[in-house]
Design a protein around this ligand. Sequence first.
Ligand code: UD1
Length: 420
Amino acid sequence: MSEHFRVQGGARLVGEVDVVGAKNSVLKLMAAALLAEGTTTITNCPEILDVPLMADVLRSLGCEVTLDGRVVTITTPKELNHRADSEAMGKLRASVCVLGPLVGRCKRAVVALPGGDAIGSRPLDMHQNGLRKLGAHSEIEHGCVVAEAEGLHGAQIWLDFPSVGATENILMAAVLANGTTVIDNAAREPEIVDICVMLQQMGAKIEGAGTSTLTVHGVESLQPTEHRVIGDRIVGATWAFAAVMTRGDITVRGVNPHHLDLVLEKLRMAGAEVTTFEDGDGFRVVQRDRPQSVDFVTLPYPGFATDNQPFAIALSAVSEGTSMITENLFEARFRFIEEMVRLGADARTDGHHAVVRGVERLSSAPVWASDIRAGAGLVLAGLCADGATEVYEIFHIERGYPGFVENLRKLGATVDRVSA
Ligand code: UD1
């Protein structure tokens, strides 16, 4: 039975929300468990569909995986199956992160090309080129990335672009390579730091985590560990935008506020009062008047995350003035603007720029989510629309937001899950 959300506009969101582990970190950490024989435990996992899907991927490779609330336990055997082409592989983009660990452990991998969000073309050339530099042959064959190596050796690698996925895959292959690997123009996202911390706990020798040069001294083998996933900064940003858009007052716990430095600065420019907590656990965003328009440009971290772009569009749609939003990572991410226009947004795009003229009030309409963040952006817009907005294809949203409806209600929104 298909379900959708009915979002009543007009409420001011007030209260506190707890954010759990980052979707974009937990799946890579689960893949990292492939690198060590034995039992690895990952805590603070979000209870979202991608986690059991990733568990299925790991099981197909020979691991035993148990999920118990926010704790995932993975027991990795000595001999892994090197073929990751199960049905679960096609269902999530992050599944491609088993490529690096499999090449590292087995010296060969067959990994089905991944599925995931419809946000634009997502090539794997940088992943493959990196593995080639480490000594592997890699081709695309019959819908799979195939990589094989006699042995992996350290190398100097320059990425064309600080790709998150390519950095992770190359890193996870390099930790078990013979010699030293330097990845230049590496991604600096907090999720990259998270995986480096976990790999270091497992015995990997990595320098430069969080900078654009990662140096990896290969080791013979790694040991299993226990690791807590960092809080989800994109979910944290969603609540921060919700506070500003609804002229509300939201306290977010469970996220390092420094992972949102630029987001919070932009929201201050829009008129928000932002307090970051000194214990490093969260922040509070209060908005009293109509937000002012602000420009946004998406870039790799520490730039403004492309995943937050739909929230920037939604905020601009109700702000006073005109905003320009520039999308530099995924060309198809502007498609959701058509849905925003249904809600009465005055928005147009030209290539990778969008111009949004703020309106006083949006107008409820049926809209369709095309990916996780676009879906969440439509819900935020619905909160600022007259009447009840129906948001369809909510399975996208639920891939990224554990307890979304419950949290919205806790903050005072009127949101229902409706069965068709
Ligand atoms: C990850 C996140 C995604 C986020 C993105 C950018 C996960 C599961 N997903 O995706 O939510 O929006 O980072 O922060 O963690 N590219 C190439 N060739 C490659 C690899 C990437 O051209 O081999 C391009 C992509 O098309 C894109 C850009 O590089 O334009 C950035 O992609 P990348 O950082 O790799 O994103 P993902 O790791 O796929």
